[in-house]
Design a protein around this ligand. Structure first.
Ligand SMILES: [Zn+2]
Length: 214
């Protein structure tokens, strides 16, 4: 897509779609945002939360980063953009659900199997990808794949479970879990089929989203 198409796209939005949503936006401005769901997804351009879940403005508080990773909680004064978004969702917005959503053909998970040089261009990617190493280790340890594609898919799914566990290191999430005020979910989106699945911890497997019992 060219930038000129993006500008045309905005004109189309303003003329055709915005008028239909204007009232809703006005309401969201007056009342403020009160999303009940936080969605943590990958930056990948093929992952489209609002499109694949048919959500509207105000429905989801969305955090996207490389690999849909969740850094474990640390108490310090560094610049934790991801932790800040999670803290805002939990402590201020008081979301009732956090969904960590992985996806097929994730470049971040594939990169876990590549040697990334320690140079000024890639140093932050290399450090960030360390959040996927547990999933890689588990995948290699179990060795349940026959092709590279299978290996990546298993890693992507293990990663989303591992990121979900990292959410449990946040004190506010722990407190709200004890109160039954929040639920944590691990989902997986397949780009090629459009299918979404969820992790069922009772069976330790991913199942079709329409089997989800809330
Ligand atoms: Zn990705």
């Amino acid at each position: 897509m060219k930038l000129s198409q993006l500008i045309q796209g905005h004109t189309k939005f303003k003329e055709e779609r915005f008028p239909k949503l204007e009232k809703e936006f006005g309401h969201l401005v007056k009342q403020g945002q009160h999303p009940k769901i936080m969605f943590i997804g990958c930056c990948d351009s093929r992952v489209t939360p609002d499109l694949m879940l048919s959500t509207k403005p105000g429905d989801m508080f969305i955090l996207r980063n490389v690999g849909n990773f969740v850094p474990p909680y640390v108490y310090d004064e560094e610049l934790h953009g991801n932790a800040a978004a999670i803290a805002y969702a939990v402590a201020v917005l008081k979301v009732k659900h956090i969904i960590v959503c992985g996806h097929s053909h994730c470049g971040a998970c594939e990169s876990l199997y590549k040697d990334i040089p320690n140079n000024e261009s890639l140093i932050h990617i290399k450090t960030w990808l360390s959040l996927g190493l547990k999933a890689k280790e588990k995948t290699l340890e179990e060795n349940k794949f026959t092709t590279k594609e299978e290996m990546y898919k298993i890693t992507e799914k293990y990663s989303v479970i591992s990121q979900m566990k990292n959410l449990l290191t946040y004190p506010d999430i722990q407190k709200r879990l004890k109160l039954g005020a929040i639920k944590i979910h691990a989902w997986y989106y397949e780009i090629e089929t459009g299918d979404m699945s969820f992790y069922d911890k009772n069976d330790d497997t991913f199942k079709a989203l329409n089997e989800y019992i809330i």
